[in-house]
Each structure stands twice: as C-alpha cells, then as structure tokens.
Write a protein that binds this ligand. Structure first.
Ligand code: GLN
Length: 488
C-alpha cells in the first residue's frame, strides 16, 4: 500500500473495499512506521500491537463476510495517555501511574473500536494534562515533528505530533483549557474541542471535571468530523453527557459559507502581534472571499479568563487528584512507617512539580476563609465570560453571529526549555483558548499558514453550543481555500 502518512479515513475505506490492502496490512505498516519514527519525537509512550492486530483481524473478517464497514474501518488511531484503555498501561504522563493497567475502556475508545478504528498506541502528554508544551511529562518531552528543537504544544502534544508526523491517521486528545487546539496549531493539524458534554468523559482521567473534553486530531477537517461523529452522543456512564442527537457532521461540509456572519473579538486582536496576527488577518480576507461577513465583536470579560481558569481548574484538580494516594491505582512509596507518611511519600514521590503546584493552589482557593474570595468569585466571572458568547451568538446590539474566529495562541511553537522555568508565561499561552473552554462551546484549530521560519499557525473557530455542523462547515471551506495538510 502507499505511504501510511498520506492516508485519510476515506482513502483507507476505499482501499479496503477495493481489496488493495487489508486492515491487517495497514496496521502492520502503521505499527512499524510508528516504532521507526518515535525516537525522533518521543510522541508515543507505548504501542499496543496485540490489541491493534486483534482489531484489524475483526475488520478483515467483517470485510470477508461481506458485512458493512464501520466509519473508521481499518483506520490507525492513537490515544492520549489520559484516556483509559483496558489492558494497556495508561500513565497520564505521571510517575504515580507508571504501572496502572485500567480495568475498563473509556466510552470514546469503545465507540471508536466498535466503528472499526485500530488503536495502535498511547501518546505522551503533560502530566495529568497540566501544561502547554508537553514538557511536564514524567516520560520526557515530545519534539515537534515540524521543528524538532521546538515544543509540539500541550498538553496533548503527543497526539498532535503523531498526526503531523503521519504515524497515525487520527488521534484522540483531551482539552481542559486549550490542550487540543494549541498543539494542533503548533503542529499544523486540525484539532477539535467539542461542546462540553458532546463526548462522554467516562474513562477520561479527571483533571477539572467541568472543563474536561475529549476531542479529535486529524490532518483534515473531514476526518476530524468523522471521528467526532463516531464518539459523540449520550452515555449513561457520564451524567454530564448530552442527549442531543448527533447529526452527520460529514453532511455539513457543503463548501458554501456565503452569508455567514463571523465575529473577530477586538479584545483578542488588540494583543495580536507579529506573524501570527498577519496570518490571522490574511485568514479574515480568505473568509471574506468565501462570502462571509466579517465583523468586530466585543467579549468584554476576556481579560479575566486566565485568572478565572487557574482558580477553577486547580480547585477541581486538587479534589480529583486526591484519589492518587498510594493505595488505589498507584505506585506506593517504600517509606510507609505510618498511614499518613505513606500517603505523603507516595504523592510526594509520584507527582511532578507542576501537578504539586496546582494541587497546592487548588487546595488554597478552596480553603476555609478563601473559598468565597477566590472560588465563588471565579465561578461568577465564569458566568460573565459565558454570557459574552451567549450575547454574541444569541443576538445583541452587535447582531447575531454564526461563528467567532481568533488566533489559537499568541505565538507559534516555542523552543524546548524556553518557558519551563516561568509557569506564568506558560499559563499565558492559553489566553485565547481558555475562554471557549470556560463557556463550554465548541471550538477548533484549523491550519492557516506558516511563519517565515516555517512554523504552523492555526485559526481558531468558535461557535455556539452544539453548532459543530456550522463550525465544521466554515473550517472545511477555509481549509479548501488554503489547502489542507493531507493534500500537500
Ligand atoms: N495549558 C492549560 C493548562 O495547563 C490547559 C491544559 C488542558 O487543556 N488540559 O491547564
């Protein structure tokens, strides 16, 4: 078969149906390619050949029996290591879970395998998804396949890198404050954060439960839309999953975006500088050329978003991570002279510095006497941030918008090591992505060009709750106008 790095979901389907190759052949080739390429990036923490070959054999048997193929038949998929896979070690990028073998699959994983997807491996990430560069992984950083001296972004750095590198056709990431969109932007691939509740969180290791999302990475919008369609929908095992019916996202890719009203937040663009700003302004021209009406929009609470996020996310993390205690799930410290000392040493030895910083910050903002001043106040500001979007999409003095477009990140991929010693500089990487996460709306990154150094820049598209079809339609029309990564 031809180069795995050039395959898409539809090219694989077509190859299977015309018997040009089997799912087993694709899987063998993908596993070998991933193993060969991985030393360059450290993007996979482990491959799972047994599971992959068993899944491929099922697809081949279905094909031989003349059964209809699932939407992801034979497609090599990589899964971020915060998403549980039964029988395949899932570390969350943390030493504390180094040997954790989950007893069940995440619902998203189960659904993608039921659709014929082939999980080939688990991808590196920042520890417990806390970070913006993948440098907080206990298993070493990931290198950006586009520029190996640079970070791939984070926290889903490995999942973005494997798709950019071509060792997986699509992958799963998780996004709490930007962890899908920002690495997608840095690696030049498509990354989607769906509406909160659109994809079940069952089996996603919890960081900040009111903000956590599972979403797809792909080399084009159509593949991302298909992967989301397979995973989306109500799951009785996640009470926050939405009952709203899942439309055919592929059917929304009509190419026609004439008359769409697209807002550009003035609060974002006033800080945008350099080549990122230039590329975003060019993207606005492209959208105008496609027949969109591009207008300014004000999202006045934007300036408070980073502070609000780092109160709410750390508060929830401090509670969620209390379960890693040296008794359940985790590696236990050898120092266990008393119960309390065993807890302390297991956590002290198992968690890395960023995770400890967040647990301490989160414990502080929830503590007696500070709860109202920090946590309650942050919840109120979160409501204001969400209201900015409701007004922009729902109609206000500014008129009703179909979408908002913005940068994903203030800068392209930075050098490895450049921001590791400055947590606040790292937190500010997420300044454009955190607002959408706090509002729970669907948002995505679609490649919009390269800087003069050849570094990818993503355009962020944000839409109202459950408006993924409109978001994909706009992204797909934009991608067709600028050329998708997989058509290079
Ligand atoms: N970079 C942000 C953080 O460190 C977002 C992470 C994420 O979305 N998981 O919290």
């Amino acid at each position: 078969m031809s180069n795995i790095a050039k395959q898409t979901i539809s090219s694989i389907r077509e190859g299977l149906l015309s018997r040009r190759f089997s799912a087993t052949e694709i899987t063998v080739q993908a596993l070998a390619f991933a193993a060969g390429e991985n030393p360059k990036t450290n993007a996979y923490l482990r491959l799972c050949p047994e599971r992959a070959l068993a899944a491929a054999a099922k697809v081949d048997a279905a094909l031989a029996a003349g059964e209809s193929l699932g939407l992801l038949a034979g497609v090599p998929v990589a899964v971020k290591d915060v998403i549980l896979t039964k029988g395949v070690i899932t570390t969350c990028g943390s030493k504390i879970l180094e040997h954790y073998n989950p007893p069940y699959d995440a619902t998203a994983v189960e659904r993608l395998e039921a659709a014929g997807g082939i999980i080939i491996g688990k991808t590196n990430c920042d520890e417990f998804a806390m970070g913006s560069s993948n440098e907080n992984s206990a298993f070493g950083p990931v290198r950006n396949p586009v520029a190996p001296d640079r970070v791939p972004g984070g926290s889903s750095g490995g999942s973005a890198a494997v798709v950019a590198q071509g060792t997986a056709v699509v992958s799963l990431g998780s996004d709490t404050g930007g962890s899908i969109r920002q690495p997608a932007s840095f690696c030049g691939v498509v990354g989607v954060t769906p509406t909160y509740g659109r994809v079940s969180r069952y089996g996603l290791s919890a960081f900040a439960s009111t903000l956590d999302h599972i979403g797809p990475f792909a080399r084009n919008v159509s593949d991302a839309a298909t992967l989301l369609e397979v995973m989306a929908g109500r799951d009785p095992l996640d009470s926050t999953s939405a009952a709203a019916p899942v439309p055919s996202y592929a059917a929304s890719l009509t190419g026609d975006v004439r008359g769409m009203r697209v807002g550009v937040p003035v609060e974002y663009m006033k800080h945008a500088t350099g080549e990122t700003a230039t590329l975003i302004y060019q993207a606005l021209d492209t959208l105008r050329g496609l027949g969109c009406e591009v207008v300014d929009v004000s999202l006045p609470s934007t300036d408070y978003a980073v502070a609000t996020y780092y109160v709410i996310a750390t508060a929830e993390a401090s509670s969620n991570l209390a379960r890693y205690d040296g008794v359940r799930y985790t590696t236990r410290s050898a120092e266990a002279s008393s119960l309390i000392s065993m807890y302390q040493h297991s956590r002290g030895e198992g968690f890395g510095p960023e995770v400890k910083r967040r647990i301490m910050l989160g414990t502080y903002v929830l503590s007696h006497g500070y709860y109202d001043a920090y946590y309650v106040k942050a919840q109120r500001v979160r409501a204001l941030i969400a209201r900015d979007f409701t007004q922009a999409f729902g109609g206000s003095a500014q008129g009703k918008l179909d979408a908002i477009v913005a940068p994903v990140s203030p800068f392209p991929a930075f050098k490895l090591g450049e921001k590791v010693d400055d947590p606040v500089a790292m937190y500010l990487s997420d300044i454009y992505t955190i607002t959408g996460s706090l509002a729970g709306i669907p948002c995505m990154s679609v490649p919009c060009g390269l800087t003069s150094e050849g570094l990818p820049v993503g355009l962020q598209i944000l839409c109202d709750h459950f408006k993924e079809p409109e978001m994909f339609r706009l992204a797909h029309a934009f991608e067709s106008a600028v050329g998708s990564a997989s058509s290079n």
